[in-house]
Ligand binder design. Structure first.
Ligand code: ADP
Length: 494
């Protein structure tokens, strides 16, 4: 039997991307499909996607005018479709003039703040997915939802009156890509959710410190829950990483799993990467030095010296990513013989901190504020080391991409980093990176020093590079684990 999977996400690469969720949503359905499952992907039809509809081959799916009851109003949606690039997997887009005919995935591009109707958008989208699947006459085995945005769906599956009979045997899986974002909204949102107030009582599914928490609802109602690494699935059951949901997660630990993300080597491989000017491989590394020159001279306009190790960093500029300890460590880091290139955007205070540092160290530090996928690829290719001083990291993709590019991770041992990088100092024969445990600027600095001193021994460094490049985090392995988990859920073996 081939399992029928409905995969729902508010970001899917290359249609709309904010962070790692898009990478996963763009790649995992393909990998599952390649193992024989039947997969359908659903996402909102944002203005940003509408603007690129031609190049993305998006067309109307001839389903429109289906009403969604949101309590105070009824809104209709229209369905569009395309394929995930280079596949025959259908991706469906929910169009709504009211909720999605505008630019921005989560944030209003003008104010850089979350849309004031965020909760309504998510409720509308979730309900519309249920109706769209019914209208398409698909009979799903698994409804796979991602993060708080779509976490209401498992509850709708169990509680929505008059749900189409095609959903009768469907089971649900909620994947948590980042527990820090939970979708917490005022209690009044219950009227829009539309199932009455009976689920709101102290410590009940709807109640979260007086508010409503979409992720909590998903955790409670999903048939199974997983995080994007094994380590993170354990970490989030502690007060330190649990973001106030550790109690709920512990109670539900019997259905909580960890499956590490894969890396999409169709997009992230220096041998074939179409964003970089000089491709290279473990057999011929000459292109990497050329990319270092491109990165340093062309992209960041810094003086190029082939022998200086270059540290790269690409991330959302959020507290999670370690910018507080990084900014404390920068004066010391800048005394080392290195250059540092950073690409990111996010919280204005971190953007300012990094821009100030670039002004103070004009020959050593380059900062680009913004979202730039091409530059991300050039940094992966041109840097010698990749910095990830994250406070927590549910999976982290860049450390995996970096290894494939021979760009050695210098990172904090947390979540998916702990599950994918081996410390060179502790395990010199098999090590693939440099890790630290304590979240302090001193440890971060010490670890950069360790990496820089290893870099001085070029023979040793090359060995580390080749080991890292030989690691295989392809999606196939992770997709097999997802398929196993789907089967477990379908057969009630949780
Ligand atoms: P998160 O999902 O927490 O942002 P991940 O490491 O899982 O972190 O995934 C981040 C993804 O987003 C990677 O593909 C990374 O290259 C990309 N990315 C993050 N910031 C930027 C940026 N400013 N420009 C281009 N790509 C970015």
């Amino acid at each position: 039997m081939s399992e029928k999977i409905i995969f729902v996400s508010t970001e899917v690469n290359p249609f709309a991307k904010v962070g790692g969720l898009a990478d996963v949503a763009g790649a995992l359905p393909k990998a599952i499909y390649n193992l024989g499952a039947e997969v359908y992907v659903f996402m909102p039809y944002y203005g940003d996607i509408q603007a690129k509809s031609k190049e993305l081959n998006i067309e109307p799916a001839n389903i429109s005018g289906i009403p969604i009851d949101l309590g105070a109003e009824i809104e209709t949606f229209e369905l569009y479709r395309s394929n995930l690039p280079d596949t025959s997997i259908s991706i469906y887009f929910i169009r709504s003039e009211k909720y999605f005919d505008r630019m921005g995935v989560y944030l209003d591009p003008k104010t850089k703040k979350a849309f004031s109707d965020t909760a309504e958008r998510l409720i509308f989208f979730s309900r519309a997915v249920i109706e769209a699947v019914s209208a398409l006459k698909i009979k799903p085995d698994i409804l796979h939802v991602n993060d708080h945005h779509t976490a209401l769906l498992p509850m709708y599956l169990k509680k929505l009156p008059n749900i189409h009979y095609n959903w009768r045997n469907t089971k649900s899986l909620l994947t948590i890509h980042n527990l820090a974002y939970q979708g917490v909204f005022p209690r009044s949102i219950i009227d829009t959710i539309g199932l009455g107030h009976s689920l709101f009582y102290p410590e009940g599914p709807f109640e979260f410190y007086g508010d409503v928490n979409f992720l909590k609802i998903g955790i409670i109602f999903a048939d199974a829950v997983n995080t994007v690494s094994e380590k993170y699935s354990q970490e989030i059951q502690t007060a330190e990483f649990g973001s106030k949901l550790d109690g709920v997660l512990k109670v539900n630990s019997g259905k909580l799993f960890g499956i590490i993300n894969g890396a999409d080597y169709n997009e992230w491989d220096p041998r074939t990467d179409s964003f970089i000017q000089h491709n290279y491989s473990a057999e011929d590394l000459s292109g990497k030095v050329k990319m270092k020159e491109v990165l340093i001279e062309n992209e960041f306009k810094l003086p190029f010296n082939q022998n200086l190790p270059v540290v790269g960093m690409i991330s959302r500029m959020a507290a999670q990513k370690g910018y507080d300890i990084l900014s404390q460590a920068i004066p010391d880091i800048m005394k080392l013989d290195i250059q540092f290139t950073i690409l990111g955007s996010g919280q204005p205070k971190y953007e300012r901190m990094m821009l100030d540092a670039a002004r103070m160290y004009p020959d050593k530090m380059g900062v680009f504020i913004g979202f730039n996928n091409k530059l991300a690829h050039i940094i992966e290719a041109g840097a010698d080391m990749f910095l990830m001083p994250s406070r927590f990291e549910p999976c982290g993709l860049n450390q995996m991409y970096s290894m494939r590019y021979g760009t050695i991770p210098v990172a904090r041992r947390t979540g998916g980093i702990a599950d994918s990088v081996i410390d060179v100092t502790q395990k010199p024969i098999v090590g693939t990176g440099f890790l630290f445990n304590d979240y302090t600027s001193d440890k971060l600095y010490d670890t950069i020093v360790r990496a820089v001193s290893a870099y001085q021994d070029s023979k040793k460094w090359k060995k580390i590079m080749l080991r890292a490049m030989g690691e295989d985090f392809s999606w196939d392995v992770s997709a097999r684990k997802y398929l196993e988990l789907y089967k477990k859920i379908i057969n009630n073996r949780i």
